[in-house]
Design a binder for this molecule. Structure first.
Ligand SMILES: Cc1cc2nc3c(=O)[nH]c(=O)nc-3n(C[C@H](O)[C@H](O)[C@H](O)COP(=O)(O)OP(=O)(O)OC[C@H]3O[C@@H](n4cnc5c(N)ncnc54)[C@H](O)[C@@H]3O)c2cc1C
Length: 328
């Protein structure tokens, strides 16, 4: 049915679509994903974001003509867009209040990635507060200290907003999205949810957690489908595998984020651009990272699982300061 869901009534077990139909259900799976967070003020034209295929096409066209670029946001997406600019020889400035990927990957990897990005012509400006888009149409970025940066291309990569407008009044969603448990069940009977629209509800031992990653959406999709059918899940309901690429360097990660403090180096060296690393967390789990290395994902999963119970006989890298990273 090619019509957007515009409302849901969990008590009557119906969904209303934009073409006016009311569709009944026995079980509902909410998988409406997320939209890109936008920074433009009402009436301000020309903001570029990257979420949909159309966004990607628009960005590619603009990259063809751009001589300079600014990216707002130094997270995974922002650094990937900046890398694409640099690969085309477009001088690019990334603006954020946090250092590149620091909030997610911690100080150790952030320092290494920032240095690598700089070596590839990606300039970083750390703002003292949130940046605003300048111009109408947008032609730059206004920093809180009064500085204005201008460029041919300005791309906002400031995170995502769960698509929950259509669930207004149902009590299913809040600021973080639709809360689910390990079975992808929401608080309403017969309603399940999966993917970027969700967050895993916290409990006494864990905080609420969003994991807007592709492999997590797949794992949750399978779990939500099984739960909706009254079947046991066929595998884990969460998947912490994520990958990114910054300035031509691949980073594969299995395990919880953020990565706080110093890792254990299992193999190689971050300084040399090829390393296998683990971080152990206070809850006894571990995160494994293949930095600039082609490591099969099954082997990385195995490393994370084994490092969780005991720290392998690796060594600590000491060439970067310890991270004081914040939560996601
Ligand atoms: C540019 C970019 C790069 C990424 N790179 C990576 C990466 O390298 N690795 C990784 O793990 N993850 C990456 N991600 C994240 C990954 O794409 C998402 O985690 C994944 O797509 C989430 O899947 P989803 O099905 O939950 O949501 P989505 O893919 O957002 O799909 C939701 C669907 O619901 C539809 N929808 C929304 N509202 C309604 C409605 N009211 N009615 C009907 N339909 C509706 C939308 O049109 C959309 O088709 C990236 C994301 C982006 C934007």
């Amino acid at each position: 049915m090619r019509s957007a869901a515009v409302a849901a009534e969990p008590r009557r077990r119906t969904v209303t679509t934009a073409d006016g139909r009311q569709v009944g259900y026995d079980a509902l799976i909410v998988a409406t994903g997320a939209n890109a967070r936008r920074l433009a003020v009402p009436g301000q034209r020309g903001e570029l974001v990257l979420r949909t295929l159309d966004d990607a096409r628009r960005l590619r066209t603009r990259l063809d003509d751009a001589a300079t670029a600014i990216v707002i946001g130094a997270g995974f997406l922002g650094m990937e867009v900046a890398s694409a600019c640099a690969a085309r020889g477009i001088p690019v400035t990334v603006v954020d209040t946090d250092r590149p990927l620091h909030r997610i990957l911690g100080g150790h990897l952030s320092a290494a990635i920032t240095a690598r990005a700089a070596a590839h012509g990606i300039r970083f400006v750390q703002a003292t507060g949130f940046a605003a888009l300048a111009g109408n149409p947008v032609h730059g970025v206004a920093l809180p200290d009064g500085t204005e940066l201008t460029a041919d291309l300005v791309v906002t990569c400031a995170g995502e907003v769960p698509c929950v407008d259509w669930l207004a009044g149902t009590g299913l969603a809040d600021r973080l999205g639709v809360g689910v448990d390990d079975a992808c069940a929401t608080t309403a009977p017969g309603v399940f949810a999966a993917g970027d629209v969700t967050y895993l509800r916290g409990n006494a031992t864990r905080p609420h957690r969003r994991a807007p990653f592709w492999s997590n959406a797949v794992a949750q999709g399978k779990t939500a489908a099984a739960s909706a059918l009254g079947l046991p899940p066929s595998g884990p309901s969460q998947d912490d595998y994520f990958w990114t690429e910054v300035a031509g360097l691949s980073v594969k990660i299995v395990g919880h984020l953020p990565l706080l403090g110093e890792p254990t180096t299992v193999d190689g060296s971050v300084t040399e651009g090829r390393a296998l690393l683990t971080w152990t967390h206070t809850d006894g789990t571990a995160t494994a990272v293949a930095y600039g290395r082609r490591k099969p994902i099954t082997a990385l999963r195995h490393l994370a699982a084994t490092a969780g119970s005991s720290t392998p006989g690796g060594r600590s890298e000491t060439n970067h300061p310890a991270s004081a990273g914040s939560s996601l």
